[in-house]
Design a protein. Structure first.
Length: 378
């Protein structure tokens, strides 16, 4: 499911009326938080120094060679299947039943003159209106949600090309499209040991800020599987950093995953980030997990159906050939690569990423409360 990427792209291409309406609903503290970005915060995230002594990746990795490494992206892969279940188990049956009923009533009215009456004609009009309304609402509002995991690219991909020193993101156009960035403009969220406790259930995040890319908007990618705490995110970032800086010999060779719609991937995705927690949990919790196994089977099956109903993503030719002898180097993405309407909206939202100079001021320590003097009754 590409829900996070889709929502982020909707935000940075938001029209002016919608942005004014959403801003009017924000509280003063929320508005203050959106304007509290400092240049010092960004400098800390763009750090190419060693972050871990154990570089390793949890995958999935689809390609690994001297030229490039390719990994899976996506911020909500473990939720994939829920939307497919709703569409295949709810929306499609409703559309089918209402459409077939309307066509059946209409066919009877046309072919069987003996049974035609005011009531049958009225029922035909009602069923036709219901079917048309359902189809219209789904076409206008439902299809754009359905394509987040059905009839779209099977996975979001990220490719690290160490020959050209570039990073490529492969996404559908409604999530930002295919973009190219220089490696040295890449920021990471997996850098600091003090954040290890926050990595439970989180993925490694990479960011590209306008101050480095020249674009009017920020880009992001959430890599691989969910973390289980500890230093997993830093280990994965160190794996990527060493591969790009030193080469494939500097990291352990990862186990490659298939891009085919594997049922193993579909069922295992539900348990990403839970392995360590499950091992340390009580027997009562493990028993409860066993009691709800039918739900995991249903969601896993829907996840697999989603993979089957999608196609394997394919890179543009210039990116596929990048790094080969005599082949051109892909140009980094610029504002002119987007359609005029998208350019206008990206520029209208450029102020979201403005940075305040300097470093974030340290929080003032709160003064300890002095206990009130207790009155002694006389």
């Amino acid at each position: 499911m590409y829900l996070i990427e889709w929502e982020f792209w909707q935000m940075i291409t938001e029209s002016e009326p919608k942005r004014k309406a959403s801003k009017a609903e924000m509280t003063s503290s929320e508005i203050r938080m959106t304007n509290e970005f400092y240049a010092g915060d960004l400098e800390e995230e763009f750090n190419f120094q060693p972050a871990s002594e154990k570089p390793q990746t949890r995958g999935p990795v689809y390609a690994f060679n001297e030229n490039f490494m390719e990994m899976r992206c996506g911020g909500s892969e473990e939720k994939r299947g829920l939307l497919t279940l709703a569409v295949l188990g709810g929306i499609i049956p409703v559309i089918s039943v209402t459409t077939i009923s309307a066509v059946s009533f209409l066919w009877i009215d046309i072919t069987d003159h003996a049974t035609r009456s005011f009531i049958t004609v009225t029922l035909t009009l009602i069923m036709t209106l219901i079917a048309a309304t359902v189809i219209y609402l789904y076409a206008k509002h439902g299809i754009k949600l359905t394509r987040l995991e059905i009839l779209t690219s099977r996975h979001l991909l990220i490719r690290f090309n160490r020959i050209t020193q570039q990073v490529h993101l492969h996404r559908p156009s409604y999530c930002g499209g295919v973009v190219t960035f220089p490696w040295k403009t890449t920021g990471s969220t997996g850098l600091y040991p003090e954040d290890d406790s926050l990595s439970v259930g989180m993925r490694l995040g990479l960011i590209w800020h306008p101050i480095h890319t020249g674009l009017p908007h920020m880009e992001m990618a959430l890599l691989g599987k969910q973390g289980q705490g500890g230093s997993e995110l830093r280990d994965e970032w160190e794996f990527i950093r060493r591969y790009m800086e030193e080469g494939p010999h500097a990291v352990p060779r990862p186990r490659l995953s298939t891009q085919l719609p594997s049922p193993i991937q579909a069922f295992s995705a539900q348990f990403e980030g839970l392995g360590r927690f499950f091992r340390k949990s009580s027997w009562l919790f493990k028993l409860a997990m066993l009691m709800v196994w039918p739900a995991f089977v249903i969601i896993g099956t829907a996840h697999w159906a989603s993979l089957l109903l999608c196609w394997r993503p394919r890179w543009p030719k210039v990116i596929r050939e990048a790094g080969l002898p005599g082949k051109p180097v892909p140009s980094p993405t610029t504002l002119s690569d987007y359609p005029p309407e998208i350019q206008e909206r990206l520029l209208a939202n450029a102020d979201r990423w403005q940075l305040k100079p300097g470093k974030r001021p340290a929080k003032k320590p709160r003064k300890p409360r002095t206990p009130k003097a207790r009155k002694i009754p006389t």
